[in-house]
Design a binder for this molecule. Structure first.
Ligand code: COA
Length: 336
């Protein structure tokens, strides 16, 4: 059976660079605090004065780049899978907005995935299953976030605000050659909903009547809430666990990994995961200093940069690993 291969990757980032010093002008924080705790130096935000756009536009631009990279026309796409926690609209799912923006033919399905920082792995598992089953041959997988319109630029929200950045990234997936060894070897997914309260945005809510009131918005109920220490503690155990699970399932070991691409949550999390897996520096990819945490876009953005920087060549073993809100986590192994 043909394995799923990456036919192309691409990303789109807004031009506006926001440094830690820029944030320090808006609320009580410092470059030193942010770099020491997160490794983040700057992030990109959509420039609402120059060119307003939401996540679906970032995602559509990233998708065009991935299609161009693959040399495949939008008319050949037969499934769109889109992940975001910052959709333009409550409904419909933004997958159809991306379909319309790209002018992907009518009738092609568009699936929306809601798994936050693990979104790319959840999307990859769905794409992989459809491709292996022979149902679809050109699957466009996209992750995009506009966090900058959903975070609080005040002391109260500073723990969350300094971490996140805007961006979009995409991959075009399809079946490889029948006899080739390359492609997606495995995807492992996990969740534990008992921890949803550790990182969430719960307002407006269909579980409340009315869904939104000016009083609750004035009190800040519509901002994300995070218990950073608990998230950190779980991330640094779940991510190494998921990498070992992937390696064990394929009879491989950490020394076989050419490049680990972790979800870019926080440089301290990445470093602890690296230490726990006993990986060398050259085996671990990081771009969080430049972009912060771009959630559903984080892994495909890192993957695209790693490919374009020549960090991955044909035949290399690439491991993807993620952890995030839900909690959700998972891993994937790819023979590039
Ligand atoms: N700038 C300056 N000070 C800040 C701050 C900021 N942006 N955010 C929080 N602080 C303050 C706190 O108010 C607290 O002050 P206090 O001691 O006077 O009460 C102090 O810094 C320590 O806060 P704490 O939350 O205990 O810090 P921490 O060492 O746990 O670091 C995180 C906070 C968020 C950086 C850290 O918990 C973390 O990285 N967690 C993982 C988050 C993550 O990756 N989320 C995405 C997952 S996909």
């Amino acid at each position: 059976m043909a394995r799923t291969v990456f036919l192309g990757t691409g990303h789109y980032l807004p031009d506006k660079v926001v440094t830690n010093a820029d944030l320090a002008k808006m609320f009580d924080t410092s470059d030193e605090w942010i770099v020491q705790r997160t490794g983040i130096k700057e992030r990109r935000y959509v420039d609402f004065e120059k060119e307003p756009m939401g996540s679906s536009e970032l995602g559509a631009r990233a998708a065009r780049a991935a299609l161009a990279d693959a040399g495949v026309s939008k008319d050949e796409v037969d499934l769109i899978i889109y992940g975001t926690l910052s959709p333009d609209k409550a409904f419909p799912g933004d997958g159809v907005l991306i379909q319309a923006k790209l002018d992907v033919p009518a009738g092609v399905p568009a699936l929306d995935v809601r798994n936050q920082c693990s979104g790319f792995l959840y999307m990859l598992s769905v794409a992989d299953a459809f491709i292996k089953a022979g149902t679809y041959k050109r699957v466009l997988v996209i992750g995009a976030e506009t966090h900058s319109t959903g975070i609080e630029f005040a002391d109260r929200g500073r723990d969350v605000t300094v971490i996140f950045g805007d961006g979009g990234a995409a991959a075009l997936l399809g079946p490889g050659d029948d006899d080739a060894e390359r492609g997606v070897l495995s995807v492992h997914l996990h969740a534990d909903g008992r921890y949803w309260q550790e990182l969430h945005l719960s307002y407006p809510s269909s579980a409340e009547m009315p869904r939104a009131t000016p009083e609750k918005v004035a009190a800040g109920a519509h901002w994300p809430q995070m218990n950073g220490r608990t998230v950190f503690k779980h991330a640094v155990s779940r991510m190494p666990e998921a990498v070992h699970e992937a390696l064990d399932a394929n009879g491989l070991s950490t020394s076989d990994i050419k490049l680990l691409i972790p979800h870019q949550a926080n440089q301290r999390i990445t470093e602890m995961v690296q230490r726990r897996l006993e990986l060398r520096d050259d085996q671990v990819f990081s771009n969080i200093a430049k972009y912060g945490n771009t959630t559903a876009a984080s892994i495909p953005l890192a993957l695209d940069e790693a490919v374009k920087e020549g960090r991955i060549s044909r035949g290399d073993l690439v491991c993807l690993v993620a952890f995030g809100s839900g909690f959700t986590w998972g891993s994937a192994l790819i023979r590039w």
